[in-house]
Design a protein around this ligand. Structure first.
Ligand code: IVH
Length: 674
């Protein structure tokens, strides 16, 4: 079959995809929904299948090389990759700024208002990426600063790194330096996956990023959720004249490379100190690990004057955060039962402050990990807050082990329901097989069911779920829909008003979407994306429940393991029963229509309706928004993405304006629907 596409159209499609990737990764302003991007990508693949001779290395389909490497080759950096000096306190920061000011004054420059490029210090792996005539041709690790390893094939698998630079103003040669990191959400997801597939679990996102880049098989690297932020340049040929480092960053961003959005130009020591404080405050909420901030004299002429000491520049320094590791004593070791029955050993610790947070529990991951580290009750251990929320035990201080300790033995019965624990083939974790009849799994399942991405039941927090289960009021997710105000109000510490709010939240949750409903069931391996795929492709619950493994595997991104989990879940009579009860309780969703081009334009966006609408009724506007993937809520907060305002909108509109939330009108919704 000959394609109806010309070569020019193929080139345009390729460029279009690259442009969308730029808007997504670099500007953080996607122009199209992921599903639409996927459609275009599939179209590109089809054309390439018909015209293999058209395919060039810069096609987004060429990111993952077929063949694994035998070993990494060494690459000498054209310009050495430097490290940074450190400061650890306000006093040391003062010294740093004074030293620079003095040196500049000695050179006859005024150092009155010294500007710095202040940047988060990303905790990943430094790499150098070389572009020639706009094409990515080589990438290397930092190594010892002068020689690194050739990781080109792995770097190319990172979606946010352009294979071709944007525009046509790029130099003949450009070396971009930056940090490869594994975002925290991706790290958590990856480790969870690794745990259930008997793959290596990483101790922290930094190790995960390093391990992923050191894979000889790029196919494996491609499966790791890596990100990249550029923070400087190496060789540029021909030379480009810039005045400021911040201009260099803006320029490389315009060429299509991701630059961290937290970077800021600040004035003097005070500006640096304020930045340090502000980034420190945001640290816990960021999606990547940082271990401090970096200050770089912004004016390049000053950088030249200041020069280097051995391997680090005098014009820059890292201001490190206090260490996030501490030692403490293990008072006890418990095991926790997760939503899917996984048994996780947890160390109960003598309270210790780790990086500003009081830590009393730390995960020991699984049986293999606890045995490998040989953590015992009574041991003194290093505890680390590895960026994400759950602290972990890093290692035992053997020298401090008391004489009478015993190795920890995993239980053979579930600590909550007493079922015999099983280790399934191919898994590292022990599991309790009791499902919803185990209270621990019931509680976790209901928390998941009610969560924001699931049925989104407002007013149903974790504590309340535990109370509802413990009191016997709730034995399955469906029981939530049969609660009465009297019963809820009878729970300890439950006021009438909160009981009413909860029942209102439960009632509201009945109208949902098929995808949310599927997600809320908590099927193993079925997250938001898979739930959406199932809903969009199979369109109704009956077909989803009836699909066999083979047909599920035909769907995008559903492999054998996920397909098996889905069919296994629906084959269990108890699960069928819960679903039937939920539907009988009145849970409903609008029919899934053909995904038109714009079908998912508002995926996960939170929209608030206010004022009097004239084109749509409120109910219709809500339904349309939900069909576009949005979540419609009633109050404006920082989490709101859009406020759709009709006539005479009042306080919600004012609040949106205060919070700088985009205010849109009915015409906007019509445009979205078209
Ligand atoms: S600049 C000449 N900027 O910190 C300056 N480095 O100890 C070279 N790092 O190996 C580095 N975030 O991997 C710079 N915004 C940032 C950084 C950063 C993280 C790492 C980098 C380097 C180490 C320096």
């Amino acid at each position: 079959m000959s394609s109806q596409f010309s070569r020019t159209e193929y080139q345009q499609l390729k460029q279009q995809l690259n442009e969308h990737a730029y808007h997504y990764y670099v500007l953080d302003e996607p122009q199209i929904a992921d599903a639409q991007y996927d459609q275009l990508y599939q179209q590109l693949l089809r054309i390439e299948q018909q015209h293999p001779d058209w395919v060039t290395q810069d096609s987004p389909t060429q990111r993952v090389a077929d063949q694994p490497l035998a070993k990494f080759t060494q690459i000498k950096h054209a310009q050495p990759m430097l490290s940074l000096g450190n400061v650890f306190s306000a006093e040391e920061l003062t010294d740093f700024v004074q030293r620079i000011s003095k040196l500049l004054e000695q050179a006859g420059e005024s150092s009155n208002s010294l500007s710095f490029s202040a940047e988060p210090k990303l905790d990943g792996l430094a790499v150098s990426i070389r572009y020639e005539h706009g094409h990515l041709i080589q990438a290397a690790t930092r190594g010892d600063g002068s020689t690194g390893e050739d990781i080109t094939a792995n770097i190319k698998t990172i979606q946010s790194i352009p294979l071709v630079l944007r525009g046509d103003t790029y130099p003949d040669v450009l070396e971009v330096r930056g940090e490869v990191v594994m975002p925290r959400d991706g790290f958590a997801r990856y480790n969870q996956w690794a745990l259930s597939h008997d793959e290596k679990v990483f101790a922290n996102p930094r190790n995960a990023a390093a391990g992923s880049l050191r894979q000889l098989d790029p196919k494996k690297t491609a499966q790791r959720p890596l990100a990249f932020y550029a923070y400087s340049v190496g060789v540029i040929e021909p030379r480009h004249e810039f005045e400021l480092h911040s201009e260099v960053l803006a320029w490389i961003k315009s060429l299509g490379l991701p630059v961290n959005h937290l970077n800021q130009v600040v004035q003097g020591e005070q500006g640096c100190a304020k930045f340090y404080q502000s980034i420190g405050d945001q640290r816990a909420t960021l999606n990547f690990d940082i271990d401090g901030v970096v200050y770089k004299v912004d004016k390049l002429q000053y950088q030249d004057i200041l020069g280097f000491v051995t391997k680090a520049p005098r014009w820059a320094t890292a201001h490190k955060f206090p260490a996030e590791e501490a030692t403490t004593v293990v008072e006890n070791i418990d095991v926790q039962v997760g939503r899917t029955g996984s048994i996780t050993p947890v160390a109960r610790l003598q309270a210790v402050n780790v990086g500003g947070v009081n830590v009393t529990n730390a995960t020991l991951h699984n049986e293999d990990e606890i045995r490998r580290k040989d953590v015992r009750v009574g041991d003194t251990v290093f505890v680390r807050r590895a960026g994400d929320v759950i602290p972990e035990v890093v290692k035992v201080v053997l020298a401090k082990r008391p004489a009478d300790t015993q190795p920890f033995m995993m239980p053979d019965h579930c600590p909550v329901c007493d079922s015999v624990l099983l280790k399934l083939e191919g898994e590292a974790v022990l599991r309790c097989p009791a499902g919803l009849s185990c209270d621990a799994q019931l509680k976790e399942s209901i928390k998941h069911f009610a969560s924001r991405k699931g049925m989104d039941i407002e007013g149903l927090g974790d504590k309340l779920v535990e109370q509802l289960v413990d009191s016997g009021l709730v034995n399955s997710p469906a029981d939530l829909y049969h609660l009465s105000e009297v019963k809820v109000a009878g729970l300890a510490r439950m006021a009438q008003k909160s009981a009413q709010n909860l029942l209102f939240g439960i009632e509201q949750s009945k109208t949902t979407t098929l995808a949310r409903f599927i997600y809320s069931l908590g099927i193993r391996e079925v997250g938001e994306a898979t739930a959406l795929t199932l809903a969009n492709h199979l369109k109704n619950l009956t077909d989803i429940m009836a699909s066999d493994q083979e047909s599920l595997q035909q769907l995008p991104d559903i492999g054998a393991v996920v397909a098996a989990r889905i069919t296994q879940y629906f084959a269990v009579p108890e699960n069928q029963q819960v679903i039937a009860e939920l539907l009988a309780a009145g849970i409903n969703w609008p029919a899934v229509t053909e995904p038109s081009a714009g079908a998912l334009l508002l995926v996960d966006k939170v929209v608030v309706l206010t004022g009097k609408l004239s084109v749509f009724t409120r109910a219709d506007a809500k339904k349309h928004l939900q069909q576009l993937g949005a979540k419609v809520t009633s109050s404006v907060s920082a989490k709101t993405d859009y406020v759709l305002a009709g006539e005479n909108a009042g306080s919600k509109l004012t609040k949106a304006q205060e919070l700088n939330i985009p205010v849109v009108d009915e015409a906007w919704l019509q445009a979205m629907l078209n």
